[in-house]
Design a protein around this ligand. Structure first.
Ligand code: NG1
Length: 447
């Protein structure tokens, strides 16, 4: 287990280190008030901003996220039984109790405790024994928590922080990459069919680097990854539209279904295909000719084209725009490879151009943008010193990320605020991202 003292994190939290210490201290105090005095252990897991590579991970493609200094904390104490008592410093997230088992009954859909239930269930299944329980208090509250629904992966920060706690309290020995996979599968418990990017990044990120990840597991279950240093003198500026999306059973699963339908349609020509990644080497003109513009699950069923494991929430007559969706995934994978090369060569302008192309592809072919994201991306690109900007995360709201020269940041912030206010009548949340290390245990006695 990766363990650091709170003072080690000063360098991560920078000029807000004192407030962060206060935050950890308050969490431990709250824990002891709620659950009684005694030893408390604290785990943190970061949110992430994805530089490029959107909606590629569930297609076994490439991604390039960076971990953020916005993180989720969980304070815990082990129990001798299998009970989990789970509470949150934010009172709107009700406190619950559940028993750890191989099959844990879910709370109603959308309930925050389902992330904890999913992790506890998946880890128990993996270890073939129900884990020891814990008392836990979660803190993902503003201003230092990962903003929720902003495309910055607050859900995975929560899942990974809880997983780190359960792994440590149960003294489990699970390789990191395997743990990332388990956390990914644990999140499916909530209904989404997401890829592995967020959990992997929360467990494997390095400060000062983007994580290039090939999300296709190798036969031994490990993944190919590479760390690429972030450009010196540039900042990653995140602007949050405030428009909230929910992945659960929504448009997200619809996109997953479109990709799975495309795989089914391509199978007669590429018998070994399991994910779109398997046709990455095929010329686009060939793929294009094999894919209809639109189809439905019912239509494919009538034609005897079996779609494997269609995700929950997708109706038989819902239109599936397979050709455009595949074009995005196919071109996006290429862009991520090129972006890695650009980063390695210090070609910031090249990286910026690829980000803009990725945004256009996400808007036109994958159709995951919205007017508020468009306002922010357009405004960012109007500022001198901004190399590129794009929506980040799943889309349909959430945030944009802009790659800006450090000296251009004040002007960028002012311009984004002014344009957003003018068009949408409210303020976006803006923050400059400090890249952070992967999730870890934090020893807080030095407070
Ligand atoms: P966010 O932006 O956190 O909703 C989701 C998925 C990722 C990835 C991106 C799109 C989860 C937990 N996260 O992220 O795996 O598919 O969308 O690139 O499902």
């Amino acid at each position: 287990m990766y363990v650091v003292t709170l003072s080690t994190l000063d360098a991560v939290y920078g000029d807000v280190a004192a407030q962060q210490r206060e935050r950890y201290w308050r969490l431990v105090q709250d824990f002891q008030v709620r659950y009684g005095p005694g030893v408390v252990r604290v785990f943190r897991a970061p949110g992430r901003v994805n530089l490029i590579g959107e909606h590629t991970d569930y297609n076994h493609g490439f991604v390039m996220p960076v971990a953020l200094d916005r993180d989720t904390l969980v304070a815990v104490r082990p129990r001798f039984d299998t009970l989990v008592r789970l509470a949150n410093v934010e009172p709107e997230f009700e406190a619950v109790e559940f028993e750890i088992a191989f099959q844990i009954p879910p709370a109603p859909r959308g309930h925050w405790s389902n992330y904890a239930r999913g992790v506890a269930q998946r880890l128990s299944q993996e270890m073939d024994v129900p884990l020891r329980g814990m008392d836990a208090l979660v803190d993902g509250s503003p201003p230092w928590g990962v903003p929720r629904g902003s495309g910055l992966s607050s859900s995975s920060a929560l899942s990974v922080a809880l997983a780190l706690a359960l792994v440590a309290l149960n003294e489990l020995s699970i390789p990191w990459q395997r743990l990332a996979r388990l956390c990914q599968e644990a999140e499916w418990y909530t209904g989404t069919r997401g890829g592995i990017m967020d959990q992997f990044n929360a467990l494997m990120a390095r400060q000062g680097y983007a994580l290039f990840l090939d999300t296709r597991p190798r036969p031994d279950g490990t993944y190919l990854l590479e760390y690429a240093r972030l450009p010196q003198g540039y900042a990653l500026v995140i602007a949050d539209t405030g428009v909230r999306h929910s992945n659960v059973l929504g448009e997200y699963n619809h996109r997953v279904a479109e990709c799975r339908a495309a795989v089914a349609l391509l199978r007669p020509y590429f018998p070994n295909i399991t994910h779109l990644r398997d046709v990455q080497h095929v010329p686009w003109s060939t793929l294009e000719s094999l894919l209809p513009e639109v189809t439905t699950l019912a239509d494919l069923d009538r034609k005897g084209v079996p779609v494997e494991d269609p995700p929950p929430g997708v109706g038989p007559e819902d239109p599936l725009y397979v050709r455009a969706r595949v074009r995005h995934v196919y071109t996006e994978n290429r862009r991520v490879m090129q972006a890695l090369e650009a980063l390695q060569q210090g070609d910031v302008d090249g990286l910026g151009r690829l980000m803009v192309e990725a945004h256009i592809s996400a808007r036109e072919d994958y159709q995951v943008s919205c007017p508020e994201l468009e306002t922010l991306v357009h405004a960012a690109l109007e500022v001198e010193g901004v190399a590129g900007a794009r929506l980040t995360g799943a889309g349909w709201g959430g945030s944009i990320v802009a790659l800006a020269r450090e000296d251009a940041v004040p002007q960028l912030e002012a311009h984004l605020r002014a344009r957003y206010r003018e068009v949408h009548g409210r303020e976006p949340q803006i923050f400059v991202c400090r890249s952070a290390p992967a999730g870890c245990e934090v020893l807080w006695e030095t407070v």
